[in-house]
Design a protein around this ligand. Structure first.
Ligand code: ISE
Length: 338
């Protein structure tokens, strides 16, 4: 079966998804690329062999020759467009976050439950990264014993926008950790605290968070969006009988001039290239079979990330330890572990 796709959003991630489906996976054909900037949509459409380009996302979702949709438009459009896909009965791969408002995430959950089957696969691609896959395996096999702590570092070269704030580090960047850590540990959060050190300039300073899980584990997350030297994500899962740490991912090491070094990627697309391929391949299977992928993030996971981010933003601005209070998980979103 060939899945006929609409790509909504032709920015960094929309263009990357279009390229992955067109060049790196089989089983997909790109029908239309949509962007508020029509010339940009046209450019990506031409690059990935889509016949049409347009500016109207709802019209693209409703097209008879579109089976499924990829949403990579600005964050505030994710939830409304996901709901439009649910209403049209079309599976959607939606970039993270589902919404920065947990209330809006709940609206998506309700629409999906009313439709009677899952439609939304959320683009928390780190779940497909081999390092987190192996951390999960180390827990399920019992090799490192009961988990105690998970330490995380998430560093970007510089902030994506000039007006990026510490709060946005929690609501835009840290949700990757919020999601992948609860996926690895298989547990929800109880509380979150957040602090920032002082920088000597006006750039946004790192945010350091400590979370407690309902099973009594501690999770540390540093998000430094002005790390200057490269895109660098690290993690270590510490158990009672051992630990698993992510290695720096690099194909080569250069030894020269009395030193030895490996390179950093400029951003996440290279670092997570294989994770994106695995995720998008799983999406094509989901469209073909209707079975929600065991590894993927659902709209429930999007809600969970939004609730933690909201509590984290409050913790940072009030200097308090904030409880994380989620609604009970609806049966609809219970599934066998991957
Ligand atoms: C960005 O929004 C992303 O989604 C990337 O995956 C992440 O690594 C980056 O830090 C965020 O700013």
């Amino acid at each position: 079966m060939t899945t006929r796709l609409a790509i909504i959003g032709a920015g960094l991630m929309g263009a990357d998804h279009a390229r992955i489906f067109a060049e790196e996976l089989s089983g997909a054909s790109l029908q239309v690329v949509v962007d508020a900037d029509e010339a940009r949509a046209r450019r990506v459409a031409d690059q990935c062999g889509a016949a049409d380009a347009g500016i109207d996302p709802e019209a693209a979702i409703l097209r008879g020759d579109v089976d499924a949709v990829v949403i990579a438009s600005p964050d505030f459009t994710h939830a409304p467009l996901s709901k439009a896909c649910i209403a049209a009965g079309k599976p959607v791969l939606c970039e993270k976050p589902l919404s920065q408002s947990s209330a809006e995430c709940l609206e998506v959950l309700e629409a999906e439950m009313a439709a009677g089957r899952p439609f939304v696969q959320l683009g928390f691609m780190r779940r497909y990264d081999q390092s987190y896959v192996e951390m999960r395996e180390a827990l399920t096999s019992g090799r490192i014993g009961r988990p105690l702590m998970m330490h995380n570092f998430h560093r970007n070269v510089e902030t994506p926008a000039a007006d990026f704030t510490g709060t946005m580090a929690i609501t835009n960047s840290a949700p990757h950790e919020f999601d992948v850590v609860r996926h690895v540990l298989g547990c929800e959060y109880a509380s979150i605290s957040a602090w920032q050190p002082r920088r000597s300039d006006t750039r946004v300073a790192p945010v350091v968070m400590v979370l407690e899980t309902l099973d009594g584990q501690l999770v540390t997350i540093e998000v430094n969006n002005n790390a200057a030297y490269g895109y660098d994500v690290r993690a270590e899962l510490v158990g009672e009988a051992g630990s698993v740490a992510m290695n720096h991912v690099a194909y080569t090491r250069t030894d020269a001039d009395l030193s030895s070094g490996t390179a950093y990627e400029p951003d996440w697309r290279g670092r997570y290239a294989e994770a994106y391929r695995r995720q998008n391949r799983d999406f094509l299977r989901f469209v073909a079979t209707g079975d929600f992928p065991a590894t993927a993030s659902s709209s429930w996971d999007g809600y969970a990330a939004a609730i933690v981010a909201e509590a984290g933003a409050r913790a940072l601005s009030n200097g308090t330890r904030e409880p994380v209070q989620m609604i009970g998980r609806p049966d609809f979103y219970r599934r066998a572990a991957a």
